[in-house]
Design a protein around this ligand. Structure first.
Ligand SMILES: [Zn+2]
Length: 66
């Protein structure tokens, strides 16, 4: 039996498969638990995988400057 299988088509390269990261702020809530900030990856929007598509290439038109 294989221990590790790779069912996901492509792992998000931005978060490397960890779309949601909990950051401990150190602040204690009243109920005793620690307050954490949950940051969701912008690349995959919390899915952890990227759709089977080529990376979006930004087409920069010549002369487009602020
Ligand atoms: Zn991601």
């Amino acid at each position: 039996m294989s221990s590790l299988t790779v069912p996901s088509p492509r792992v998000c390269q931005d978060c490397d498969g960890f779309p949601v990261v909990a950051i401990t702020t150190g602040t204690r809530l009243r109920n005793g638990s620690r307050a954490t900030l949950r940051v969701t990856c912008n690349g995959c929007h919390g899915t952890g995988t990227t759709p089977a598509r080529r990376p979006v290439r930004l087409s920069v038109s010549a002369g487009a400057s602020c």
